[in-house]
Design a protein around this ligand. Structure first.
Ligand code: AHR
Length: 515
């Protein structure tokens, strides 16, 4: 049976390609007989740092702002995040975390000190967004809380007191201070990290030195019994498995998770990374080639972890990932503001697929960063807000949260450009708690449609329906004037009768669900 793209997409294909290229071929077999691990909803987590317009303007506008807000938190952003659902939110950094002193951000706002954000643009942070504002924000959007502690310029005492301030349920002086500042009940702190990128901006440490520091700091994360955060060790930079090896060997038994950071840079270099839009096709393919490395990176770290922790008690968290381009022309270099196009949505999809494959070990990831910074799901401009293509990729993958991963076998034509080549079709599948199957298919070829044979053993008679995300160009974006240029469209419902053939438009993401 052949399934045609919706009328909209036929029109789109006809109008976009004067001489439509021949379809590429792929086949995807969903191994419903080999269920894998549960996909932790935390895999769809977010990260918000005091960086550029990520917090200030992006989330926090203050109670007196003309921008409609709830206790200083902008309503449009709150609504978009609530609609999407944010399982977990990491704060306050990033590099900022190792220069953040929590006492600066409590008490009457007009009496809080101002500090220089030395890492990000040298701007002054008035600390109007602190612990209470963050916790209020997390509660309003229903996110679990991931607080990143300061090792670089902090102390065990400062860290221990922050934890006590947030979680004490007795009459200690710090609990009373919290109450005096407006919060009676302790907050639930789900995750707490001991430093960030301690191999770099967090202190330029050697793994042996940090392993000892981690053990020392983690000892003083003390909370009431029913409010124990998962203790997270600051993990490796990309492929540096030596870091994971030393940390697991020396401190593995003191941690619940270790992180890893991996960013996708189109040109693989920090100096000239490549532009977010108007990029050449060579940077489309190189972006995907580099993002596909996430799989190998997770495999390599997991292999090391398996040696020390075969039961997989310790989780591997990708608490920073995403695309990192040159900043938009005319914007502050230190603010990391970049556009977000269809390419970013497909990068997100490929990473989700990879995270699903590693779900046994990878139980949380946090895209960098939620609003106005790097691969953001939301952009703002004063009072205006838009959802980026990456937001829509997160929304399309909602059914995968908490579902059980079902492995897929993929045989696909390659997409080639000059000497580079990547598999054109990428896919994932999962079965949710109600028993429904969900399948995501991505066509990374920017020119050719993909004729995908879909094998769904044992699913005959079921109806699949879905949504597709694509656009006329690889760098299509949403703008404040045209915020819905890139957004999902319904994909025709189909009935499974043995083998299916799905026509995927070029440069597209399709998520199909059983109804
Ligand atoms: O996300 C931006 C920065 O990237 C973070 O602050 C840091 O941890 C990483 O290097």
């Amino acid at each position: 049976m052949t399934i045609r793209a919706s009328t909209l997409f036929l029109l789109f294909l006809v109008s976009c390609s004067a001489a439509p290229a021949e379809s590429l071929r792929a086949s995807v077999t969903v191994r419903t007989d080999q269920p894998g691990s549960v996909i932790d909803p935390g895999i769809y987590g977010q990260f918000a740092e005091h960086l550029g317009r990520g917090i200030y303007e992006g989330v926090w506008v203050g109670e007196n702002s003309p921008i409609p807000n709830t206790r200083g938190l902008r309503n449009d952003v709150l609504a978009a995040l609530k609609e999407l659902g944010v399982p977990v939110l990491r704060w306050p950094g990033g590099c900022f975390a190792d220069e953040y002193h929590w006492r600066d951000g409590i008490g009457p706002r007009d009496q809080r000190p101002t500090r220089i954000n030395t890492t990000w643009g040298g701007v002054v942070d008035d600390n109007s967004f602190g612990t209470h504002e963050f916790m209020d924000f997390a509660e309003l959007i229903g996110a679990e809380v991931y607080v990143n502690g300061n090792v670089g310029t902090g102390s065990t005492r400062e860290m221990a007191e922050w934890v006590e301030y947030m979680t004490a349920d007795n009459n200690s002086t710090l609990a009373q201070l919290r109450r005096a500042n407006g919060r009676d009940k302790p907050w639930r702190v789900h995750y707490f990290a001991v430093g960030n990128e301690t191999w770099g901006c967090g202190g330029n440490m050697r793994p042996e030195f940090y392993a000892d520091l981690y053990r020392q700091y983690a000892t003083f994360i003390k909370t009431p019994r029913d409010n124990k955060p998962q203790r997270i060790a600051s993990g490796a930079n990309g492929s540096n498995t030596e870091w994971t090896d030393v940390l697991m060997r020396e401190a593995g038994r003191h941690m619940d998770a270790i992180s890893v950071h991996y960013y996708t840079l189109p040109r693989g270099a920090w100096k000239e990374k490549g532009a977010a839009t108007r990029f050449p096709e060579s940077e489309w393919i190189s972006t995907f080639r580099r993002t596909l490395r996430m799989d190998e990176i997770l495999t390599n770290h997991s292999t090391i972890m398996d040696r020390y922790d075969p039961q997989r008690r310790v989780a591997l968290l990708v608490d920073e990932w995403g695309t990192w381009y040159d900043v938009e022309p005319g914007t502050n270099e230190g603010f990391l503001y970049q556009q977000n196009s269809l390419r970013d949505a497909l990068v997100a999809a490929v990473n989700f697929n990879i995270f699903h494959r590693h779900a046994a070990r990878v139980r949380m990831t946090n895209i960098a960063q939620m609003v106005n910074v790097l691969q953001a799901i939301i952009l703002t401009d004063g009072p205006r807000m838009l959802k980026t293509p990456t937001y829509h990729a997160f929304a399309l993958y909602r059914p995968f949260r908490g579902a059980t991963h079902v492995p897929v076998e993929i045989s696909t034509a390659e997409y080639r450009l000059d000497a580079e080549s990547i598999p054109a079709v990428h896919a994932t599948a999962a079965r949710d708690k109600a028993g429904a199957l969900h399948i995501a298919l991505t066509n990374l070829d920017p020119h050719r449609r993909a004729a995908v044979e879909l094998h769904l053993p044992g699913q005959t008679g079921k109806t699949l329906q879905g949504q597709i995300l694509t656009a006329a160009t690889t760098d299509a974006i949403n703008t404040f004037e045209a915020p819905d240029t890139v957004r999902p469209a319904p994909f025709k419902a189909i009935k499974v009768k043995g083998e299916l053939q799905v026509e995927l438009p070029a440069r597209s993401l399709l998520v199909l669900s059983q109804r």
